[in-house]
Structures are given as structure tokens and as C-alpha cells.
Design a protein around this ligand. Sequence first.
Ligand SMILES: [Zn+2]
Length: 252
Amino acid sequence: MYDSHIHLAQYRDVEMMDILSQVEGVIAVATDLASSQRLLDLKRRYDISITAGFHPEQTLLSDAQLNELVDWIRDNRSALSAIGEIGLPQYLRREGKVENEQVYIHLLETLIHLAGELELPVVLHAVYADAAIALQLLDQYNVHGHFHWFKATDDLINEVIKAGHFISVTPDILWNTKTRRVAELVPLEQLMIETDGPWPHTGFDKCDIHGQLSAIIDEVAVIKQMTRNKVMEQIRYNTRSFYQLEAHDENR
Ligand SMILES: [Zn+2]
């Protein structure tokens, strides 16, 4: 199994080694330039796939910082499996902390444009109505998107599916009706699984990645009325083809 979205740089070294022993592979996702650099260092030591980007739910980058990130991504293109995580500040906005939406959209557009130019997919934090803006930009720059921990209206979920993008679900599929709805609507061929670790999912240790992924697979199998093996194999295939991964030990 692959964890298609984990913030590996937020774990301690001993925890990382434990996590990497539990799975076939991970997409280790960055939240800013510092974590992108840290992931590149980790990639030199561990067999991991990494991304570089800027998480939207934090204080915005200045133009100079954005240019620095863009230059860094260009310089390290060959080490990257995607640009991300990028997106729009759904939760900051709800807290009334977004003063100028256009600045966030400009940042997102800059990085999706870059992804198109570098022929990389993007990891998106774009839930609910934000997905519509992301979809338009993906279409404009001809970029393939992974909508991570996705939630939206049925109409928007269906638009993401129709445009051929991928969607991942976390262990909150066990209790969250919105995530269960996503799993119902998304064809198995466009689904991935993730922990978003070290996010604290109720009932799981943040280092129990195998347990979390297994629980998601079990639940998807129930929702889709398919065998566990069929679900696991298809999701494995999806992750490997979306992120263009090399073969690893299949038994983990
Ligand atoms: Zn994340």
C-alpha cells in the first residue's frame, strides 16, 4: 500500500523509519520551502517520493518568497513527483482571516502554471467551492490534479471526476458522511488513500500508517461492495500511475 499524502517531514527520524517499514511507499508532501528542502534531504536517505509547494492555510508568501520557491522547484524538478500541497484557504477564510482572496488565487495560479510547464501533477488542498476555482486553473494549464482529503457538493465532486482528476480519502471515511459520499461517487479508478499524517485521526496512532490505510481500504470495499483485494490493487495502481512511481516491494 501507498500513503498518497503524508507530511513525513513533521515526524521524528525514528518515527519515519517505523512508518516507511509499514508501507510500500509514500508521497511525502511539503507545506513550504523549508519543508520542501527537508524532504529533498530525506529523499537522499530514504526511498520516498516527494513534492514541493506551499500550503494555503498559513500566512501568505511575499512576491520575493514566491519567486524563491518557484526557482527552487525549477532547480529540483527531477527530484519531484508533484507540486503541492497548494490550494485555497478554506478554513482561514471561515475564521475571517482572508483579507484578499485574489492574492491566494494568484499564488495558486502561479504554481499550477509552473506545474504545467514542468509537466508535473499537483496536490490540491481545494475543498468545497474552492474546487471550482482549482478545476478551472487545472483546465487552463492542462495539469493533472490530486484533490486530497476532498469534500464538496455532489455536483462539484462529479465535475472533478469528469475532468479526470484523482481524489483521496483519509481514515475519516470511518465516520464522516461527507467523505463517505465522496467514496460513493468516485470511480475506484480515480481514488487514492492517504493519512495526511501526522494529522490525529480518532482511534489511531499518528505512526500507525498501515492500520490507517487498511481501515480505509476495508471501508471503501464495504461502500463499493467490492473485495478488499480488488480495492487495494486498483488503488495501488492508481497511485503508482498518477505519481509515476517505480516498482517496490508489493508485500507491504
Ligand atoms: Zn496535507
